[in-house]
Design a binder for this molecule. Structure first.
Ligand code: MD6
Ligand code: FE
Length: 198
């Protein structure tokens, strides 16, 4: 699919372990929680955010906001290594939001489009850590989808013509990695959510 980019094995074992430690340290200040869908059901994925803006969902809808909905505090900063990965892959103006997703106990994510960002021309970059996921992707307009596996250390991005592709996580192969303390899969997605300051 044009605009879908994949960098398999971009992070080696040591980089994965360091990034995982960085993420869990920041989650002390911004705990994972289960957002509610606008329809009032809890998501199976647990979430938090890093950066000036964080993606949230609740009965009022989907949006980006500067504070954690449960603690009322600002989100922790984005780990520097993630900003470096952005610069080395998709490049362009620096991201202002990093959504953290933790999949455990059969959590999955339905097909969706990432379209809550102010500028839909900026890419979204995803970093996978821990258990392998079955990622599904298809055209923005609907129609046939394909699946591929995202393994620990892989990066992928939705850019250009794939920016509004429909995508989701069918399932996570539980126990396929020992990286995450307590098991499961972490996914970090870097975005430009807000309005560019120029
Ligand atoms: C996940 N990823 O891998 C979910 N979004 O857990 C996403 O929803 C995603 O992988 C935008 C761009 C890349 C992604
Ligand atoms: Fe997404």
């Amino acid at each position: 699919m044009p605009g879908f980019r994949l960098w398999p094995g971009a992070l080696d074992a040591q980089a994965q372990a360091q990034l995982t430690a960085d993420v869990f340290a920041r989650l002390e200040a911004a705990p994972l929680y289960r957002p509610m869908t606008p329809g009032g059901r809890p998501l199976s994925v647990r979430m938090s955010n890093f950066g000036p803006l964080g993606w949230v969902s609740d009965p009022r809808g989907y949006r980006y906001q500067a504070i954690h909905p449960e603690t009322g505090q600002g989100w922790p900063d984005i780990p520097a290594v993630l900003l470096d990965l952005w610069a080395a892959t998709v490049g362009g103006p620096t991201p202002d939001a990093c959504l953290v997703n933790l999949y455990r106990d059969g959590a999955r994510m339905g097909l969706h489009q990432d379209r809550d960002e102010a500028d839909l021309s900026a890419p979204v970059l995803s970093v996978s850590l821990g258990d392998t996921a079955v990622f599904r992707i298809g055209p923005a307009e609907g129609g046939p989808t394909t699946t591929l596996r995202l393994e620990s250390g892989d990066l992928c991005a939705l850019t250009g013509p794939a920016r509004l592709a429909r995508h989701g996580i069918d399932r996570v192969l539980e126990g396929s990695s020992r990286l995450i303390p307590g098991g499961g899969r972490l996914n970090l997605t870097l975005r430009r959510a807000g309005v560019s300051p120029d």
